[in-house]
Design a protein. Structure first.
Length: 257
């Protein structure tokens, strides 16, 4: 028979584990059996953010989620839209910490100043090729002048900054950098795809049909900057099974193509 003190200790432990799951220690990735389970364990994921000192737009929760996916999911991996490499470094560190060899390709369109031009007084569009009349994406003029123009106008360009950051963070050998429009990549299935090219309705409708060429049943698709409206649109192109969300990062398993 348990003593009142033993029962009290057990009750306290259950309460602690319920409300402060991080105190249980990091998850054992080898024991996780589903994407939904990985999602539930996100509060326990530990990531040293000083290992990825790269400018970018991931929140801490999104970065921990990508790191945990890279540790847990089987390869090969495809990333679409690495920009300067914050997500790329995070994924590569997760692969390294998994102790497994996982092929990882990141595809960067590598735009120059010629690929950008005003849509109106407040917005700048990305066009590829530069003479295209169809915008691939839109950002505010303020964001373009602050975050994008200094990079694309630099002699090294986006690709140069990306490769420098991968080398500086010690993961250059973990990633193969591929340059150009992802729609021109040879079709093949990947087990994990992180896409930073599905931000709004324009990009979802433009890119989703091409993205299907890199997915198969059982693949995991992660999309950044995803709203509820985006998820509804994505369901027109993909059949999802288990999923979880970390801030604006939507992560789901493909159950039908």
């Amino acid at each position: 028979m348990n003593s009142p003190l033993t029962n009290l200790v057990r009750s306290v432990r259950k309460t602690v584990r319920r409300f402060w799951p991080g105190l249980q220690g990091p998850p054992d990735y080898s024991r996780i059996r589903s994407l939904a389970e990985l999602g539930r364990l996100q509060p326990r994921v530990q990531f040293d953010f000083t290992r990825a000192p790269v400018p970018g737009w991931l929140t801490p929760a999104e970065q921990r989620a990508l790191y945990s996916l890279a540790r847990w999911a089987p390869g090969p991996f495809l990333e679409i839209g690495p920009w300067l490499g914050l997500s790329t470094v995070t994924l590569a560190l997760g692969i390294a910490d998994s102790g497994e060899k996982k092929d990882f390709v990141t595809r960067e369109i590598n735009p120059t100043s010629a690929n950008f031009r005003p849509i109106d007084a407040e917005h700048i569009g990305l066009y590829s090729p530069p003479e295209s009349t169809e915008s691939m994406g839109v950002c505010s003029r303020e964001s373009f002048e602050r975050d994008i123009e200094p990079v694309v106008s630099d002699p090294g360009g986006v690709a140069g900054h990306l490769k420098e950051n991968l080398a500086r963070c010690g993961v250059a050998e973990r990633v193969r950098v591929s340059l150009g429009d992802f729609r021109e990549l040879e079709a093949q299935p990947y087990r994990f795809v992180f896409s930073d090219a599905l931000h709004d309705e324009l990009e979802i409708r433009r890119n989703s049909p091409h993205l299907r060429r890199f997915l198969s049943v059982g693949s995991i698709l992660a999309c950044h900057d995803t709203t509820d409206a985006n998820v509804k649109l994505l369901n027109e192109y993909f059949r999802f099974g288990e999923y979880f969300r970390a801030d604006s990062l939507f992560v789901a398993e493909i159950v039908k193509i």
